[in-house]
Ligand binder design. Structure first.
Ligand code: ATP
Ligand code: ATP
Ligand code: MG
Ligand code: MG
Ligand code: MG
Ligand code: MG
Ligand code: MG
Length: 237
Protein backbone atom coordinates (compact mmCIF):
# COMPACT_ATOMS: atom_id res chain seq x y z
CA UNK A 1 0.00 0.00 0.00
CA UNK A 2 1.21 3.52 -0.83
CA UNK A 3 2.69 5.39 2.11
CA UNK A 4 1.59 8.95 2.67
CA UNK A 5 2.84 11.57 5.04
CA UNK A 6 -0.23 10.86 7.11
CA UNK A 7 0.83 7.30 7.77
CA UNK A 8 2.42 8.20 11.10
CA UNK A 9 -1.01 8.45 12.78
CA UNK A 10 -0.97 4.63 12.97
CA UNK A 11 1.48 5.01 15.82
CA UNK A 12 -1.37 6.26 17.96
CA UNK A 13 -3.07 2.87 17.81
CA UNK A 14 -2.58 0.63 20.82
CA UNK A 15 -3.14 -3.12 20.81
CA UNK A 16 -3.89 -5.15 23.87
CA UNK A 17 -2.68 -8.73 23.51
CA UNK A 18 -4.31 -11.07 25.96
CA UNK A 19 -1.97 -12.89 28.31
CA UNK A 20 -0.58 -16.03 26.63
CA UNK A 21 -1.39 -19.50 27.94
CA UNK A 22 -4.58 -18.36 29.63
CA UNK A 23 -8.14 -19.44 28.83
CA UNK A 24 -10.04 -16.61 27.18
CA UNK A 25 -13.74 -16.04 27.71
CA UNK A 26 -15.57 -13.80 25.27
CA UNK A 27 -18.92 -12.93 26.83
CA UNK A 28 -21.57 -11.07 24.91
CA UNK A 29 -24.76 -9.63 26.42
CA UNK A 30 -27.81 -8.04 24.83
CA UNK A 31 -28.06 -4.26 25.24
CA UNK A 32 -31.22 -3.30 27.13
CA UNK A 33 -32.91 -6.61 26.42
CA UNK A 34 -35.40 -5.94 29.17
CA UNK A 35 -36.86 -3.31 26.84
CA UNK A 36 -36.14 -5.30 23.68
CA UNK A 37 -38.02 -8.30 25.08
CA UNK A 38 -40.97 -6.09 25.98
CA UNK A 39 -41.06 -4.51 22.54
CA UNK A 40 -41.20 -7.90 20.82
CA UNK A 41 -43.58 -9.40 23.39
CA UNK A 42 -41.28 -12.15 24.64
CA UNK A 43 -43.13 -14.64 26.81
CA UNK A 44 -42.31 -14.16 30.48
CA UNK A 45 -40.32 -15.36 32.28
CA UNK A 46 -38.82 -17.36 29.40
CA UNK A 47 -39.42 -17.06 25.71
CA UNK A 48 -38.25 -20.34 24.22
CA UNK A 49 -38.06 -18.86 20.69
CA UNK A 50 -35.65 -16.16 21.87
CA UNK A 51 -33.47 -18.71 23.67
CA UNK A 52 -33.37 -20.96 20.58
CA UNK A 53 -32.43 -17.96 18.47
CA UNK A 54 -29.55 -17.17 20.85
CA UNK A 55 -28.48 -20.83 20.64
CA UNK A 56 -28.56 -20.84 16.84
CA UNK A 57 -26.39 -17.69 16.68
CA UNK A 58 -23.91 -19.07 19.20
CA UNK A 59 -23.73 -22.38 17.36
CA UNK A 60 -22.71 -20.57 14.17
CA UNK A 61 -19.98 -18.69 16.05
CA UNK A 62 -18.73 -21.93 17.63
CA UNK A 63 -18.67 -23.76 14.30
CA UNK A 64 -16.79 -20.95 12.60
CA UNK A 65 -14.05 -21.00 15.25
CA UNK A 66 -14.43 -24.61 16.37
CA UNK A 67 -10.65 -25.24 16.45
CA UNK A 68 -10.18 -22.50 19.02
CA UNK A 69 -13.31 -22.92 21.11
CA UNK A 70 -13.75 -25.48 23.90
CA UNK A 71 -17.44 -24.80 24.46
CA UNK A 72 -20.01 -22.04 24.84
CA UNK A 73 -22.65 -21.46 27.51
CA UNK A 74 -25.74 -19.29 27.23
CA UNK A 75 -28.67 -18.04 29.26
CA UNK A 76 -31.12 -15.17 28.85
CA UNK A 77 -29.49 -12.55 26.57
CA UNK A 78 -25.89 -13.62 27.17
CA UNK A 79 -23.41 -16.11 25.78
CA UNK A 80 -19.90 -17.05 26.93
CA UNK A 81 -17.43 -18.49 24.44
CA UNK A 82 -14.54 -20.31 26.07
CA UNK A 83 -11.32 -20.44 24.07
CA UNK A 84 -8.43 -22.84 24.44
CA UNK A 85 -5.51 -21.48 26.41
CA UNK A 86 -3.18 -22.09 23.45
CA UNK A 87 -5.35 -20.26 20.95
CA UNK A 88 -3.61 -17.69 18.75
CA UNK A 89 -6.83 -16.58 17.07
CA UNK A 90 -6.45 -12.96 15.86
CA UNK A 91 -3.04 -13.03 17.56
CA UNK A 92 -4.99 -12.95 20.86
CA UNK A 93 -5.80 -9.30 20.23
CA UNK A 94 -8.45 -8.13 22.68
CA UNK A 95 -10.18 -5.71 20.32
CA UNK A 96 -10.30 -8.16 17.41
CA UNK A 97 -11.65 -11.06 19.48
CA UNK A 98 -14.23 -8.98 21.23
CA UNK A 99 -15.49 -7.07 18.19
CA UNK A 100 -15.45 -9.94 15.69
CA UNK A 101 -17.27 -12.36 18.01
CA UNK A 102 -19.95 -9.86 18.93
CA UNK A 103 -20.53 -8.62 15.40
CA UNK A 104 -20.70 -12.16 14.04
CA UNK A 105 -23.20 -13.00 16.77
CA UNK A 106 -25.28 -9.86 16.15
CA UNK A 107 -25.41 -10.31 12.38
CA UNK A 108 -26.56 -13.90 12.91
CA UNK A 109 -29.23 -12.68 15.34
CA UNK A 110 -30.64 -10.33 12.72
CA UNK A 111 -30.30 -12.81 9.86
CA UNK A 112 -31.97 -15.66 11.78
CA UNK A 113 -34.65 -13.58 13.51
CA UNK A 114 -37.43 -14.37 10.99
CA UNK A 115 -36.87 -18.09 11.38
CA UNK A 116 -37.68 -17.90 15.10
CA UNK A 117 -40.14 -14.99 15.05
CA UNK A 118 -41.91 -15.43 11.69
CA UNK A 119 -44.89 -13.31 12.77
CA UNK A 120 -42.88 -10.48 14.32
CA UNK A 121 -40.67 -8.68 11.81
CA UNK A 122 -37.65 -6.81 13.18
CA UNK A 123 -38.26 -3.12 13.20
CA UNK A 124 -35.28 -0.90 12.35
CA UNK A 125 -36.02 1.39 15.29
CA UNK A 126 -35.62 -1.53 17.69
CA UNK A 127 -32.65 -3.50 16.45
CA UNK A 128 -30.79 -5.95 18.69
CA UNK A 129 -27.23 -5.13 19.66
CA UNK A 130 -24.82 -6.63 22.13
CA UNK A 131 -21.87 -5.68 24.29
CA UNK A 132 -18.78 -7.84 24.56
CA UNK A 133 -15.79 -8.38 26.82
CA UNK A 134 -12.78 -10.68 26.99
CA UNK A 135 -11.54 -12.08 30.27
CA UNK A 136 -8.46 -14.28 30.81
CA UNK A 137 -8.53 -17.13 33.29
CA UNK A 138 -5.09 -18.37 34.34
CA UNK A 139 -5.84 -21.93 35.46
CA UNK A 140 -8.09 -24.89 34.85
CA UNK A 141 -9.72 -24.31 38.23
CA UNK A 142 -10.64 -20.71 37.54
CA UNK A 143 -12.07 -21.42 34.09
CA UNK A 144 -14.15 -24.28 35.49
CA UNK A 145 -15.38 -21.99 38.25
CA UNK A 146 -16.26 -19.36 35.64
CA UNK A 147 -18.55 -21.79 33.85
CA UNK A 148 -20.06 -23.01 37.12
CA UNK A 149 -20.68 -19.38 38.10
CA UNK A 150 -22.73 -18.72 34.96
CA UNK A 151 -24.58 -22.02 35.41
CA UNK A 152 -25.49 -21.33 39.03
CA UNK A 153 -26.54 -17.80 38.03
CA UNK A 154 -28.91 -19.30 35.47
CA UNK A 155 -30.52 -21.45 38.15
CA UNK A 156 -30.87 -18.64 40.70
CA UNK A 157 -32.31 -16.18 38.15
CA UNK A 158 -34.63 -18.70 36.56
CA UNK A 159 -36.10 -19.91 39.84
CA UNK A 160 -36.70 -16.33 40.95
CA UNK A 161 -38.19 -15.27 37.61
CA UNK A 162 -40.38 -18.36 37.32
CA UNK A 163 -42.01 -17.76 40.72
CA UNK A 164 -42.11 -13.98 40.29
CA UNK A 165 -43.93 -14.15 36.95
CA UNK A 166 -46.27 -17.00 37.84
CA UNK A 167 -47.43 -15.16 40.96
CA UNK A 168 -48.37 -12.30 38.62
CA UNK A 169 -49.80 -14.32 35.73
CA UNK A 170 -51.51 -17.17 37.63
CA UNK A 171 -52.27 -15.62 41.02
CA UNK A 172 -52.99 -12.05 39.94
CA UNK A 173 -50.40 -10.41 42.20
CA UNK A 174 -48.97 -7.05 41.19
CA UNK A 175 -45.22 -6.98 40.44
CA UNK A 176 -44.68 -5.19 43.77
CA UNK A 177 -46.67 -7.82 45.72
CA UNK A 178 -44.82 -10.62 43.96
CA UNK A 179 -41.46 -9.05 44.74
CA UNK A 180 -42.43 -8.56 48.37
CA UNK A 181 -43.59 -12.14 48.74
CA UNK A 182 -40.25 -13.43 47.47
CA UNK A 183 -38.10 -11.02 49.43
CA UNK A 184 -35.63 -12.92 51.62
CA UNK A 185 -36.89 -16.41 50.67
CA UNK A 186 -34.56 -19.37 50.25
CA UNK A 187 -34.52 -21.52 47.10
CA UNK A 188 -36.56 -24.24 48.80
CA UNK A 189 -39.15 -21.71 49.94
CA UNK A 190 -39.46 -20.32 46.42
CA UNK A 191 -40.09 -23.82 45.09
CA UNK A 192 -42.76 -24.33 47.79
CA UNK A 193 -44.51 -21.07 46.92
CA UNK A 194 -44.48 -22.03 43.23
CA UNK A 195 -46.04 -25.40 44.03
CA UNK A 196 -48.55 -24.31 46.67
CA UNK A 197 -49.73 -21.03 45.09
CA UNK A 198 -49.31 -21.68 41.36
CA UNK A 199 -49.57 -25.49 41.17
CA UNK A 200 -46.23 -25.72 39.36
CA UNK A 201 -43.51 -28.22 40.19
CA UNK A 202 -40.22 -26.48 39.40
CA UNK A 203 -38.62 -29.82 38.53
CA UNK A 204 -41.00 -30.13 35.57
CA UNK A 205 -39.93 -26.83 34.00
CA UNK A 206 -38.06 -27.17 30.67
CA UNK A 207 -34.37 -28.08 31.02
CA UNK A 208 -33.33 -25.20 28.74
CA UNK A 209 -34.87 -22.72 31.20
CA UNK A 210 -33.45 -24.35 34.34
CA UNK A 211 -29.98 -25.22 33.11
CA UNK A 212 -29.15 -22.84 30.27
CA UNK A 213 -27.57 -24.09 27.03
CA UNK A 214 -24.18 -25.64 26.53
CA UNK A 215 -22.67 -25.94 23.04
CA UNK A 216 -19.77 -28.32 22.43
CA UNK A 217 -17.10 -27.50 19.86
CA UNK A 218 -18.86 -29.96 17.54
CA UNK A 219 -21.90 -27.69 17.66
CA UNK A 220 -24.08 -29.97 19.79
CA UNK A 221 -26.52 -28.07 22.00
CA UNK A 222 -27.43 -29.60 25.36
CA UNK A 223 -29.13 -28.48 28.57
CA UNK A 224 -27.29 -30.27 31.34
CA UNK A 225 -25.99 -29.77 34.86
CA UNK A 226 -22.70 -28.04 34.06
CA UNK A 227 -21.33 -28.45 37.59
CA UNK A 228 -21.70 -32.23 37.32
CA UNK A 229 -19.96 -32.59 33.96
CA UNK A 230 -17.39 -29.82 34.34
CA UNK A 231 -14.38 -32.16 34.62
CA UNK A 232 -15.25 -34.10 31.48
CA UNK A 233 -15.73 -30.85 29.53
CA UNK A 234 -12.11 -29.85 30.07
CA UNK A 235 -10.57 -33.33 29.99
CA UNK A 236 -8.79 -32.70 26.67
CA UNK A 237 -7.86 -29.09 27.37
P1 ATP B 1 -28.00 -4.38 29.88
O1 ATP B 1 -28.01 -3.53 28.66
O2 ATP B 1 -27.33 -3.74 31.05
O3 ATP B 1 -27.51 -5.78 29.67
P2 ATP B 1 -30.60 -5.64 30.01
O4 ATP B 1 -31.97 -5.06 30.04
O5 ATP B 1 -30.21 -6.40 28.77
O6 ATP B 1 -29.56 -4.48 30.32
P3 ATP B 1 -29.86 -8.02 31.51
O7 ATP B 1 -29.41 -8.10 32.93
O8 ATP B 1 -28.87 -8.38 30.46
O9 ATP B 1 -30.44 -6.56 31.31
O10 ATP B 1 -31.14 -8.93 31.40
C1 ATP B 1 -31.71 -9.31 30.19
C2 ATP B 1 -33.22 -9.17 30.27
O11 ATP B 1 -33.78 -9.49 28.99
C3 ATP B 1 -33.88 -10.15 31.22
O12 ATP B 1 -33.97 -9.63 32.52
C4 ATP B 1 -35.24 -10.33 30.60
O13 ATP B 1 -36.10 -9.28 30.98
C5 ATP B 1 -34.99 -10.17 29.12
N1 ATP B 1 -34.86 -11.46 28.40
C6 ATP B 1 -33.73 -11.94 27.79
N2 ATP B 1 -33.95 -13.13 27.23
C7 ATP B 1 -35.24 -13.43 27.47
C8 ATP B 1 -36.08 -14.54 27.13
N3 ATP B 1 -35.61 -15.59 26.43
N4 ATP B 1 -37.37 -14.53 27.52
C9 ATP B 1 -37.85 -13.47 28.21
N5 ATP B 1 -37.12 -12.40 28.58
C10 ATP B 1 -35.83 -12.37 28.20
P1 ATP C 1 -9.25 -7.78 7.20
O1 ATP C 1 -10.13 -8.86 7.76
O2 ATP C 1 -7.85 -7.87 7.63
O3 ATP C 1 -9.83 -6.41 7.38
P2 ATP C 1 -10.06 -7.41 4.45
O4 ATP C 1 -10.14 -8.36 3.31
O5 ATP C 1 -11.37 -6.90 5.01
O6 ATP C 1 -9.22 -8.10 5.63
P3 ATP C 1 -9.31 -4.63 4.18
O7 ATP C 1 -7.94 -4.01 4.20
O8 ATP C 1 -10.20 -4.24 5.29
O9 ATP C 1 -9.12 -6.21 4.04
O10 ATP C 1 -9.92 -4.26 2.77
C1 ATP C 1 -11.26 -4.41 2.46
C2 ATP C 1 -11.39 -5.03 1.07
O11 ATP C 1 -12.77 -5.28 0.84
C3 ATP C 1 -10.92 -4.16 -0.04
O12 ATP C 1 -9.57 -4.35 -0.31
C4 ATP C 1 -11.79 -4.59 -1.19
O13 ATP C 1 -11.26 -5.76 -1.79
C5 ATP C 1 -13.08 -5.01 -0.49
N1 ATP C 1 -14.10 -3.97 -0.52
C6 ATP C 1 -14.55 -3.28 0.54
N2 ATP C 1 -15.48 -2.42 0.20
C7 ATP C 1 -15.65 -2.54 -1.14
C8 ATP C 1 -16.47 -1.90 -2.08
N3 ATP C 1 -17.34 -0.95 -1.73
N4 ATP C 1 -16.37 -2.27 -3.37
C9 ATP C 1 -15.51 -3.24 -3.73
N5 ATP C 1 -14.69 -3.87 -2.90
C10 ATP C 1 -14.75 -3.53 -1.61
MG1 MG D 1 -10.64 -2.15 5.65
MG1 MG E 1 -25.43 -6.34 31.44
MG1 MG F 1 -28.41 -7.47 28.65
MG1 MG G 1 -27.94 -10.36 30.46
MG1 MG H 1 -11.47 -5.46 6.50
Amino acid sequence: MAKSRFEYVRQFETHCTLLPETYIVVRIDGKKFHEFSKHYDFEKPNDARALRLMNACAKNVVLKYRNDIICAFGESDEYSFILRKDTVLFKRRHDKLSSLFVSLFSSNYVALWDKFFPDRPLDYKHLPFFDSRCVCYPSLNTIKDYLCWRFVDTHINNLYNTVFWNLIIKCGLTPQESEQKLCGTLSSEKQEILFADCGINYNNEPEMFKKGSLITNKGEITHVDVVKIIDSLFEKF
